[in-house]
Design a protein around this ligand. Structure first.
Ligand code: PLP
Length: 392
């Protein structure tokens, strides 16, 4: 059975060109880039080139790029650096819909005595800018707001939010893990201080990330050790992955237009067809301010997990908006923050596409999903199939 992979916000396939670029650095060119000999030196040159490729994707300078182990590390490093360089401040601003890489860190900071403001979102997942502005105080050490949401794809106005933070002398970090490679990012035309990227969301391998730190930003390293990354991140470089990530950034820059035309058209075709065919279905998240590849749809009165299991039988991979924790189904914190009703939040499915998806695959999902939903609803005590409404 073929796999139809529509879970690209979870992780992506490594691009063949990326794998090719990495392979020599496992067996033949395995030198340490910090070594004095030219065997290691040639690897150091490739890392320099990868840094340039990474910088080019977001129109930054290469010296503003720090390679890390993942998006989570980049988020943690950015927030902890801001706290370490503003020791007298004890307040952090974030949003209610952040990824656990930020959300769980803030919860941990709260237990250590920091005051955390989680800015709410509206029913479309858009940030409450009035609430945000009112939260900025002289005690705020850092603002961390995601550029785009991993579950709904909703985009926050982070460039404007950074300007507002700066007007109060507050450093600004953004988690751009889902936006890099999907929407244009130009660090020369905004004032964001720190930005996180993860390799495995843009066709590089897992376990490699980037933290962008604007030149002149006070920075305190998270991993303290050797002089790697100009002393900003100790640890021998993950050379094959850095080189692969450089290639992936180059490809992403070249594919950005495709993401916003072909991928977006496929996403829209899928979404519009499902909404038309399946009653009591709706899109979660603002349909305009959204990543081009993401569609989060709720199908009322059924469990997302049940839909996923049946889709899985057809080789279709997507993800659900709720997480099964110790037997009890917790609706996603993102949908909860948006006020999505319980019966809708439980039946939510996230489809996330990539440049590798084809129209044929989308057609297959359009054909497969409606009977799956019908079958599940026919088993639901709350669903009255004759009137296609809820009876519970
Ligand atoms: N931030 C966002 C918005 C994400 O979607 C993810 C991964 O799903 C991360 C951070 C964490 O990235 P990583 O898996 O590289 O640690």
């Amino acid at each position: 059975m073929r796999t139809v992979y529509l879970d690209n916000n979870a992780t992506t396939q490594v691009a063949p060109e990326v794998l090719d670029s990495m392979l020599p650095y496992f067996m033949e060119l395995y030198g340490n880039p910090s070594s004095m000999h030219s065997f290691g030196g040639q690897v150091a040159k490739k890392i320099t080139a990868a840094r340039e490729q990474a910088a080019a994707l977001i129109n930054a300078s290469p010296d503003e790029i720090i390679f890390t182990s993942c998006g989570t590390e980049s988020d943690n490093a950015a927030i902890r650096s801001a706290l370490a360089t503003n020791l007298d401040r004890r307040h952090v601003i974030t949003s209610r819909v952040e990824h656990p890489a930020v959300k769980a860190l803030c919860a941990s900071l709260s237990r250590q005595g920091y005051r955390i403001t989680e800015v709410p979102v509206d029913k479309n997942g858009l940030l409450d800018m009035g609430h945000y502005e009112n939260s900025l105080t002289p005690d705020t050490a850092v603002v961390s707001l995601m550029w785009a949401n991993n579950e709904t794809g909703v985009i926050f106005p982070v460039e404007k939010a950074a300007d507002l933070a700066h007007a109060h002398g507050i450093p600004f970090h953004t988690d751009a893990v889902q936006s890099a490679g999907k929407i244009p990012i130009n660090m020369k035309s905004n004032a964001i201080d720190m930005l996180s990227i993860s390799g495995h969301k843009l066709h590089a391998p897992k376990g490699i990330g980037i933290l962008y730190v604007r030149r002149g930003t006070r920075f305190s390293p998270f991993l303290i050790g050797g002089h790697q990354e100009k002393g900003r991140r100790g640890g021998t470089e993950n050379t094959p992955s850095i080189i692969g990530l450089g290639k992936a950034c180059e490809l992403s820059a070249a594919n950005l237009a495709r993401e916003n035309t072909r991928v977006k058209n496929l996403r829209d075709k899928l979404e519009n067809a499902l909404l038309k065919i399946i009653p009591q279905s709706r899109v979660n998240g603002d349909r305009l301010n959204r990543l081009p590849n993401t569609s989060n749809i709720s199908f009322e009165y059924i469990e997302g997990e049940a839909i996923l299991l049946l889709l899985n039988e057809h080789g279709i991979c997507a993800s659900s908006g709720s997480a099964c924790t110790s037997g009890s189904l917790q609706p996603s914190h993102v949908l909860h923050a948006m006020g999505v009703p319980f019966t809708m939040a439980h039946g939510s499915i996230r489809f996330s596409l990539s440049i590798y998806n084809t129209e044929e695959e989308i057609d297959l999902v359009i054909e497969t999903l409606p009977p799956v939903i019908e079958r599940l609803r026919s088993m639901s005590p709350f669903w009255n199939s004759s009137s296609q409404t809820c009876t519970g």
